[in-house]
Structures are given as structure tokens and as C-alpha cells.
Design a protein around this ligand. Sequence first.
Ligand code: SAM
Length: 170
Amino acid sequence: MTTGDSLRPGEVAVEPPAADDAGLVFIGRIRTPWATRASCPRQGRLDGPLCRIELFDPWTTGLAEIDRHERLEVLYWLDRSRRDIVLQSPSSDGRTRGVFSLRSPVRPNPIGTSIVRLVAVAGAVLEVRGLDCLDGTPLLDLKPDRSLFAPAAPPKPGIEEGEVAPTTGD
Ligand code: SAM
């Protein structure tokens, strides 16, 4: 994984086009023990250190019933990443690979995701284990872990399990 500003042998950076405005808003901030990329784990662990997710107003009302979920998926913005390196040479093996075959933080839209264990909720603050981001990382979204989440809607009639539904345009 490329962690600094310089390129490793075999790596390729491109000139990114102008950004589209997706209208993203940072809905909170993540507090972790890690101030540097060198000290930060490559992937979080459910038995990792306690971290805090601080929701900003006006989003805190959206936390209602979140404590019913043992595990959450956290989406965050890896704000200190380069975004232009399409071929990368992770230090772990030195092989050069395309960005979309890696979970590197260096990517066109540096979105990170982790499954975390929800330990406590106190007002606008969640205590969780399982993160791998730098202190102060902006929060994009929270969702129940899909592997534990039972969708309310039954499968649509006429569509076999595992079959892709035809596109309806909605
Ligand atoms: N778990 C996420 C995923 O798979 O989408 C992120 C994995 S990424 C390999 C985790 C690494 O990103 C950390 O070890 C650290 O080097 C880097 N990182 C963490 N927070 C960051 C931030 N706010 N900006 C830039 N890089 C960050």
C-alpha cells in the first residue's frame, strides 16, 4: 500500500479529472488511538481497541434503535490519501496491482469500510471496536452489518433466489 507522497517502482499515477459533486456530507468524526498511518492497523479487528464515533447535529436523531444491532458497517472518508495512483505496489509483497484489486486507502474515492462491534451508545457518541482509521477521520455513514441484517421484504414472486431481478428503472 502506498502510504507516502512518493511512488514506488512500478507504480503509476494519473491526472484525475475534475471532481463530480456527489454532495457528500461528513456526518461525524471518528476518534481512534492512531495519529499516523505507520501506527494504524491495515484492517480493524473486532477485539481491537475502543474507538469513538461522534455524530454531528442534525444527524443524531438517526441513531434511534441503533443499539439493537450488535455489529455495524462504518463508512468513512480516508481524507489523508492520494487519489491518483492506479497501479500500486504494496510494501507487503512489492507486486504491482491495479487499485481495484486492492483495499488500499489510496483510491479515486478514498472510502473505507469496517465492520465494528457496537459496545455502547451515549447520546451522540458510539463506542466501537474494529476500526482501522486515523484519529479525526470523517464519517460518511453507518449501517447495520448486512450479514446479520434480516431484510423485512420477502423475495419478489417469480424471481428465484440468486437470480438477478430485471431492471425496472427505479
Ligand atoms: N478497512 C478499510 C477498508 O478495507 O476499506 C480501510 C483499509 S485501509 C488498508 C487502512 C489503512 O488506511 C490504515 O492502515 C492507514 O494506513 C490508512 N488510513 C487510515 N485512516 C486514514 C485516513 N484518514 N486518511 C488516509 N489514510 C488512512
